[in-house]
Design a protein around this ligand. Structure first.
Ligand SMILES: NC(=O)c1ccc[n+]([C@@H]2O[C@H](COP(=O)([O-])OP(=O)(O)OC[C@H]3O[C@@H](n4cnc5c(N)ncnc54)[C@H](OP(=O)(O)O)[C@@H]3O)[C@@H](O)[C@H]2O)c1
Length: 272
């Protein structure tokens, strides 16, 4: 990315996080620019990261290699159509907008190399994970650029088919909420077992963090880690058996299936 120039269209939360990540990785402020209709948003991002900002999207993309679309899905059609007359064929378009397909973007932008990504909320803390899909027009060098861009806020994983982005949405896109739900439920159960609410909350949160760190850093998988902390006839086994008797695995499968289905349905609606 040492010579890559990037324009962010939309300078909201995700753009700010990506720009912060790229600057922390050593990208020069002169390599990055952003456009946004909000004067306050432009002033904030410019003050924080020292980058040039624009009110006009078409002006922002002049001379850049990568255009990162970081607007809400509902704004994507208008944004793409406004960029179309100014696009150069070699410019890579990277979209992080949930549910907007490459086919819709190609309709609105014309034939442009496109990488579609699904990041998640922990990207705001640079602890995210993104699924990435590239159209056939994307070169190997452009794939590397997209990979480096999204790696600025977490880890970035390539997918073989665009449809897999619905599964990514179900697993990691919506995933933080599942863990929040578990933290909520464990906290409530801890209170019912007699703990003060604040202590139950901290125990649940820190346990989630510690377990996630163990899973990420360990060289064995989650099933093995669970086996190692589940002594036969012990407390953990009693809890796990209760989860399983209540159909935990099947429930998770149904929940993620519902999210993936909704993701495909929303793509259909938003692409019109
Ligand atoms: N936040 C996440 O964790 C997350 C996770 C996965 C995917 N995403 C995707 O990332 C995208 C951005 O999300 P976000 O949370 O960063 O949203 P956000 O904070 O609302 O940022 C979007 C920015 O785009 C601006 N904007 C609106 N219309 C525009 C236009 N025509 N041209 C240029 N800029 C325009 C908005 O300005 P106004 O506020 O004035 O409208 C706002 O500053 C969304 O498509 C979302 O689906 C986000």
């Amino acid at each position: 990315m040492s010579n890559t120039r990037i324009a962010f269209i939309g300078a909201g939360n995700m753009a700010a996080s990506l720009i912060g990540g790229l600057r922390a990785k050593g990208l020069d402020a002169a390599q990055i620019r952003a456009s946004d209709p909000g004067a306050d948003t432009r002033a904030r991002i410019s003050a924080e990261h020292g980058i040039e900002t624009f009110a006009d999207n078409a002006e922002a993309i002049q001379g850049v290699d990568v255009i990162l679309l970081a607007v809400k899905p509902q704004a994507m059609k208008a944004v793409c159509e406004s960029l179309r007359p100014s696009l150069q064929p070699h410019q890579l378009v990277v979209s992080i907008a949930a549910g907007i397909t490459c086919a819709s973007m190609n309709n609105w932008l014309g034939a442009q190399p496109i990488v579609r990504c699904m990041p998640n909320t922990p990207s705001l803390l640079r602890q995210g994970v993104s699924g990435l899909y590239a159209t056939a027009e994307v070169s190997a060098a452009q794939r590397d650029q997209a990979q480096e861009l999204l790696s600025a806020v977490g880890i970035a994983l390539w997918l073989e088919t665009e449809q897999q982005l619905d599964a990514v949405t179900a697993v990691s896109g919506s995933g933080p909420a599942y863990f929040f739900l578990l933290i909520e439920a464990m906290t409530a159960a801890g209170v019912k077992l007699g703990l003060p609410a604040e202590i139950a909350k901290q125990l649940s949160e820190q346990t989630a963090l510690g377990a996630a760190k163990m899973a990420v850093t360990s060289d064995v998988d989650a099933a093995e880690l669970r086996r190692r902390v589940t002594s036969p006839g012990g407390t953990t086994q009693a809890a796990i058996e209760s989860f399983q008797a209540g159909g935990f695995e099947a429930l998770v499968e149904t929940a993620l299936g519902a999210a993936a289905h909704r993701s495909a349905e929303m793509a259909e609606q938003l692409g019109k």
